[in-house]
Design a protein around this ligand. Sequence first.
Ligand code: ATP
Ligand code: MG
Length: 275
Amino acid sequence: MAKSATKKAKGPSADPNAGKTPLVEMKDISIAFGGIKAVDHASCDLYPGEVVGLLGHNGAGKSTLIKILSGAYPRDSGQIFVDGQEATVANPRDAKGYGIETIYQTLALADNVDAAANLYLGRELLTRWGTLDDAAMEAETRKVMGRLNPNFQRFKDPVKQLSGGQRQSVAIARAIHFNARILIMDEPTAALGPQETEQVGELIHQLKADGIGIFLISHDIHDVFDLADRVTVMKNGAIVGSARTEDVTKDEVLGMIILGKCPDGAIPGPGALAA
Ligand SMILES: Nc1ncnc2c1ncn2[C@@H]1O[C@H](COP(=O)(O)OP(=O)(O)OP(=O)(O)O)[C@@H](O)[C@H]1O
Ligand SMILES: [Mg+2]
C-alpha cells in the first residue's frame, strides 16, 4: 500500500483533534451477558466531522458497545460524555435527545410507503384540520434528500422498490432530519453491491462536511479503511487500540483484529497483546 510507503515517523502522528472537545466519549464501558464479558472496560471517542471505524471479528463486541451508546442496552459500568458533559443514556429516547441516531443493518424502513412517509414515521406532520400533510412532508423530504443525495428522484415510490443504496439514503435522511449529530452505522454496506457501497461512501462524505460524527461498524476492514479518519479495534470485548488510518497499514490493522497486536502507529488499549 502507498500508505505504508509514505509513512514517515514511527508512532502516532500529530493529533488534528488536539485541544478539541469530543462530540462523544465512552469511558471504561463494561457489560456482561451471563458470564461473557461482551464489552470489557472499553473507551473510545469521536470528534465533529470525523468517521471512526469500529472494527473487530464476529462477536468482538462492536454492536454491543454501540447499543450501549444508543441506549438499547444498559451498561454495567462506565460513563458516556457528549460535548464534554456526562450524559444520561438509559434508553433510546435519551440517546436521541443527545442527537445520537443509529442506523441498523436492517434499516427498519416501512417498505410499503414512500420516502417522505418513512422520514416522518411516527412524527407525521398534520394540517390544521388534523389530516396528514403529505405535501409538506414531501417538500421537506425533497429538501433533505436534495442535500444528501441530489440524484434521488423516486419520491413517489414505496421504498421496497428502491435499490439498497437508495434505501440507505432514506434511512440516513430520517436519522439526520431530526438533528442527529452522532450517527452510528452498523454494517451499512454489508448487503450492498460495489456501486451502492460507493453511494453510501458519498453520503458519508456529505455528512462529514456537515460536521456530523460517524461511528462506522464493520467486521470488514476494506469497507471502512478508505472512509474512516481513525479506526478503533475490538477483540473479545476489549479495545486493542485506536489509530489514524494514515498512521497504519491495512496489514497492521488486520494484525490488530486477528492477533490483538497493536502497531507503533496506534494507541494501545487494554485488549492489546503485551509487547
Ligand atoms: N443480548 C445478548 N445476550 C447474550 N449475549 C450477547 C447478547 N448480545 C451480544 N452477546 C454476546 O456478546 C458478544 C459480543 O457480541 P456483538 O454482537 O457485540 O459482536 P459484534 O462485534 O457486533 O459481532 P458481529 O461482527 O458478528 O456483528 C458475543 O459473544 C455475543 O454472543
Ligand atoms: Mg455486530
